[in-house]
Design a protein around this ligand. Sequence first.
Ligand SMILES: [Zn+2]
Length: 154
Amino acid sequence: MKYGRKLAKCPGCLPDVKGAYFDKSWDADGNDVWKCYNCGHVLPCRKSPVRKAGRTAAQSKAIERIKRAVAENNTYGDPENYEFKKIEVKDLDWGHVSMVTEFGRKGDEGTMAALICRDYRHFFIGPKGGISMVSAKDGKKRVGLWESIHCITR
Ligand SMILES: [Zn+2]
């Protein structure tokens, strides 16, 4: 149990104003509760929501948005001739998704274009679908899809 104190309305002694002190305490079953400092009234503690393992719907949507944006911005008006060379999506332990994209000209394998013209990006997607990218060029973080797509990667 973490120590804590909050001001809240107390049904026991102060029902209309958020002005009663509650201290973190525990009930007979060992559950965390808030206990009114003044009258002893007990409120249940809201449990911090446990995040479900796995990707959120917002993250899946963001992955598709990134694919579209990378493709749209790197085909130089010639979409037929470009393709994803690699899309690597990983669910990270702390709830973020890591996504690496590599995009380039079709058939560039083994040519200089494969070495210098491909577009590499490493995105991070937050649980709510927030997109960011750390630029390989300056190490600075870009926030948002537009910023991430329009930053030069090398
Ligand atoms: Zn009270």
